[in-house]
Design a binder for this molecule. Structure first.
Ligand SMILES: [Fe+2]
Length: 152
């Protein structure tokens, strides 16, 4: 989505979910009332972990701060560069993660997660996701419900 991405954006794209790979540090959904609060904590936690790694690797302060901002905002967006990261991440959920998510969660939770992601997308990217097709009929059904859901 950004062929000429700068170093900070590339590092953020690679490491934005890093906290999920560290079992003893990752945030847990049930510890947060709202999904947005959970996602905010997840983004901040990943940003802190990446910062620690970059400090250890003697990365310059400016690059560290830039990556910290991008990763801590990757679920919500906020400016052009972080919106690219958010959009790539959101598209990737539908393109790659959704079949795995639906195995770990029931149909209702999967639909809620799809609606949450779909509503973050611009109209152009909604059209891209609306054209995705899945082998799994249940996922296909959920996505049709999300795309046809009134109000977006
Ligand atoms: Fe994330």
């Amino acid at each position: 989505m950004e062929p000429n991405a700068d170093d900070a954006l590339k590092i953020a794209a690679l490491g934005h979910d890093i906290e999920r790979a560290i079992e003893e540090q990752k945030v847990i959904r049930k510890d947060y009332i709202s999904y947005d609060d959970f996602k905010k904590a997840h983004a901040l936690n990943s940003a802190k972990i990446l910062k620690e790694i970059m400090v250890e690797c003697n990365v310059g302060k400016e690059l560290i701060n830039d990556v910290f901002f991008l990763v801590s905002s990757h679920e919500t967006g906020g400016n052009r560069r972080v919106d690219v990261l958010r959009d790539a991440d959101t598209i990737s959920f539908f393109h790659v993660n959704l079949p795995y998510y639906s195995v770990r969660n029931d149909a209702e939770e999967t639909k809620v997660r799809c609606l949450w992601g779909y509503n973050k997308l611009s109209d152009n990217l909604k059209k891209v996701v609306a054209n995705f097709r899945y082998k799994d009929k249940e996922i296909e059904f959920i996505l049709r419900e999300v795309v046809d859901f009134p109000g977006h």
